[in-house]
Design a protein around this ligand. Structure first.
Ligand code: ADE
Length: 226
């Protein structure tokens, strides 16, 4: 999996991606990240500025098409196919686990992180294949949503999670929320671990966990049961 990120804040992306399981996957060569600073593709004479006033007036600035187009062409030149290009926007389809699984099968993914009040619509029409939102709230830019997506997609890439970390038995893998987990001590300030988990009866433990998953999903996310 090769990620290509077009952004105005490359340091932010680099720092976050170097840590934890994603950092380990990068060092192991299971994923790669190529960060393209849109400012490096600014119009000549604009000293790295890539935004301008909106036609028709109104508050805020709009990111210009040209710098994003050139940033994208610099990525495309290194590939032998047209990659999926994801634009992070609250106007997109809402990201979920099935989408993470689907995108994990791609060879390359390009992310366009927008800022200011928006991005010139013409570059979205020209290069974007998927408009994606990470939820119904408005963030200041597309960097955090891109990081959220890269985290969720990467853990679906074969080899990224160890067997112990494997995503088989967890929230959403079967459309349900995960059951509660406990570790030592068995008695924490008078709060006891459910007896069944100490019983050693694997079939009973499995049945209890399934029931807890269902109860938890019905209580917290009844929409998932539909
Ligand atoms: N950019 C700003 N808000 C966003 C959101 N909720 N999802 C994706 N991109 C965004």
């Amino acid at each position: 999996m090769n990620y290509h990120i077009m952004t105005l804040f490359p340091e932010m992306m680099e720092k976050c991606l170097g840590e934890s399981i994603i950092g380990r996957a990068l060092r192991a060569g299971l994923i790669s990240v190529d960060i393209v600073n849109i400012r490096d593709h600014a119009d000549p004479g604009r000293k790295g500025r890539v935004d301008d006033y909106p036609f028709g007036g109104g508050a805020g600035m709009v990111m210009q098409a040209g710098p994003i187009d050139r940033a994208y062409q610099s990525i495309r030149a290194g590939l032998d196919h047209d990659p999926r290009v994801i634009y992070l926007t609250p106007q997109g389809r809402v990201f979920d686990q099935p989408m993470a699984r689907e995108l994990a099968a791609e060879e390359d993914l390009v992310f366009l992180c927008g800022h200011y009040e928006g991005v010139d619509e013409r570059i979205i029409e020209k290069i974007v294949t998927d408009n994606v939102s990470i939820g119904d709230y408005v963030l200041t830019g597309g960097e955090l949503p891109a990081l959220v997506m890269i985290d969720a997609i990467s853990r679906m890439v074969p080899g990224v999670l160890s067997n112990a970390e494997s995503g088989e038995e967890e929230s959403f893998s079967d459309g349900l929320l995960e059951y509660p987990q406990y570790t030592r001590p068995a008695d924490y300030q008078g709060m006891k671990v459910p007896d069944i988990l100490l019983s050693g009866d694997h079939a009973k433990v499995a049945a209890w966990r399934r029931e807890q998953s269902l109860l938890r999903t019905r209580e917290r996310r009844p929409d998932l049961l539909k």
